[in-house]
Design a protein around this ligand. Structure first.
Ligand SMILES: Cc1cc2nc3c(=O)[nH]c(=O)nc-3n(C[C@H](O)[C@H](O)[C@H](O)COP(=O)(O)OP(=O)(O)OC[C@H]3O[C@@H](n4cnc5c(N)ncnc54)[C@H](O)[C@@H]3O)c2cc1C
Length: 486
């Protein structure tokens, strides 16, 4: 197949798939409903400062590490200015009510720190580290992409991480601490599959990075790489319907009425959105039902604020303030990142916490920019709580609010159902159902984006490679795509 490929959505999922296929000489068009491509990769500007949305930090970007190899394979590495985190040996500081833990860079230092902090739990730590090392090795060899037999599907890898820790007899404190990485993919620890848990933790331990400025460089790198390979982007005109004839895709109709013919369509958007674009009779009711029943990850509330640069230096690590129940399960976490803002005299403090769409029901039927004063007040009230907590945590005076975004902002910004941050929740219960969605009942239609395989920048990119593998077949994938990864 070297036919016309149409990709729906220009987030990292859509653009990655587009670049790989353009490298294989397919004519590619990426369609984006927003005026500017990039999805969650794209920052927004307030008072001359670029505020990040979906990229705060990235793991495994050192030479030879997994995300770096993905970036190298599609040729974007030199285009994205990065700085390494952990200059003082710490990438994340976890602050609980009664103890703190510094997450260091590197799997060995992590083990040492765990052993020092939990001297009574040496056996448990030995088991946990063995699992972490084994899964991080299999991730680094791209096993699940390169082996035709999907060798990663050992059932124990999809058991619950929470249960695993409780079977090991971990203390409440150790379990709380180890619960944090599950939150990074929006899944509670007790429902988080062991495999997803460890790949998330391993990727950041391998090495952690952030963009040198939180501006548009990353989105532009993916866009320019696609265009330099001959790919085309149609922005500001979303896909309204996927055209299907005799069970095979034949193109898409855009909101403007424009028709774009295609032999293959890759939908790098939420599966619910994909279903809304397909003719009713094309999809079995059971498939629709499955998609409708799947639970999505929660939304996020994000606050961007400025502090005086001469009083508060940027921190080379992130700070998580964490709150737990009596049984150790995490009830709330607030992520903080304090970094240069790109404007003289000011540093940027970004904070994120989970936020249920229920909190925002009164404005559910309104659109971004037209929600009214009461919505603004509700957002700012929450932002000020977070600012007060941060002021106490860091001893920072004068934190000035720049902007607040809610799950509704994310919903309208990137068309994510219910403002879900990471798409469908990959819990132990839902995992197999989510995987089965990738067998779409329409020929020539493939799913990509964060719902394909895993969320996050690395997970979404891996999903795009997997979608391309499904499209071109394993043999050709190994011959023409995997060679760039190895
Ligand atoms: C607040 C926040 C912080 C995060 N921080 C991090 C982080 O620090 N590190 C990390 O690794 N991950 C992070 N993530 C997760 C990461 O950003 C996502 O997993 C990833 O960007 C998802 O990429 P995607 O391509 O699947 O989706 P998106 O980036 O959402 O792209 C989907 C695109 O499709 C477009 N679209 C939707 N419907 C249509 C249509 N009908 N027609 C045309 N286009 C359409 C949307 O407008 C959008 O541009 C964060 C996420 C959020 C929400």
């Amino acid at each position: 197949m070297a036919g016309q490929v149409l990709i729906i959505g220009s987030g990292i999922g859509g653009l990655t798939a587009g670049i790989i296929l353009a490298q294989l000489k397919h004519p590619v068009t990426v369609v984006e409903r927003n005026p500017r491509p990039g999805g969650l990769m794209r920052s927004y500007r307030r008072s001359g400062i670029d505020c990040p949305v979906g990229v705060h930090y990235l793991g495994a970007l050192d030479r030879g590490q997994i995300l770096r190899r993905l970036w190298d394979a599609i040729g974007v590495t030199p285009l994205i200015p990065l700085e390494r985190m952990g200059a003082e040996g710490v990438i994340d500081r976890y602050i609980f009510d009664d103890f703190e833990f510094n997450l260091p860079s590197g799997i060995d230092p992590f083990e040492e720190n765990l052993r020092r902090t939990f001297p009574e739990e040496q056996c448990q730590i030995t088991m946990i580290m063995a699992d972490l090392r084994e899964i991080s090795r299999s991730l680094s060899t791209f096993d699940f992409l390169l082996s035709p037999a999907l060798s990663d599907l050992f059932p124990e890898r999809f058991a619950s991480m929470g249960e695993r820790l409780s079977n090991l007899g971990c203390s409440i404190r150790l379990a709380s601490l180890l619960g944090v990485p599950a939150g990074l993919i929006g899944v509670p620890l007790r429902e988080c599959p062991v495999y997803y848990y460890y790949i998330t933790l391993a990727s950041y331990l391998m090495s952690s990075w952030r963009l040198v400025d939180s501006g548009t460089a990353m989105a532009e790198a993916f866009v320019s790489q696609l265009q330099s390979l001959g790919g085309n982007i149609v922005a500001g005109d979303g896909v309204a319907a996927i055209q299907v004839e005799a069970g095979h895709v034949k193109g898409a109709v855009l909101s403007s009425g424009r028709i774009l013919p295609a032999d293959v369509v890759i939908a790098a958007v939420h599966p619910e959105t994909v279903l809304s674009m397909l003719p009713d009779d094309m999809v079995r009711p059971s498939y629709r039902e499955r998609v409708g029943q799947l639970e999505n990850t929660k939304g996020l509330l994000g606050v961007n604020a400025v502090v005086a640069a001469d009083l508060h230096r940027p921190l080379p690590y992130n700070v998580y303030r964490l709150y737990t129940e009596a049984d150790g399960s995490l009830t709330r976490g607030i992520f903080h990142q304090l970094r240069e803002s790109g404007q003289p005299g000011m540093n940027l403090l970004s904070m994120i916490t989970t936020s249920d769409i229920e909190e925002w029901r009164p404005w559910e039927k309104t659109m971004s920019g037209r929600r009214g004063e009461d919505y603004k007040e509700a957002k700012e009230k929450r932002a000020h709580w977070m600012i007060e907590e941060a002021a106490e945590l860091f001893g920072i005076r004068d934190i000035n609010l720049l902007d607040v975004y809610s799950p509704l902002t994310i919903r309208d910004g990137v068309n994510s159902p219910g403002g879900s941050a990471y798409g469908i929740m990959r819990t132990t219960k839902q995992l197999m159902k989510v995987a089965s969605l990738n067998r779409v009942p329409v020929k020539g239609l493939f799913l990509a984006g964060q719902n394909r395989l895993a969320s996050g920048i690395m997970g979404t990119m891996l999903g795009s490679f997997q979608a391309v593998r499904q499209m071109i077949g394993h043999e050709k994938f190994i011959r023409e795509v995997a060679v760039r990864l190895i």
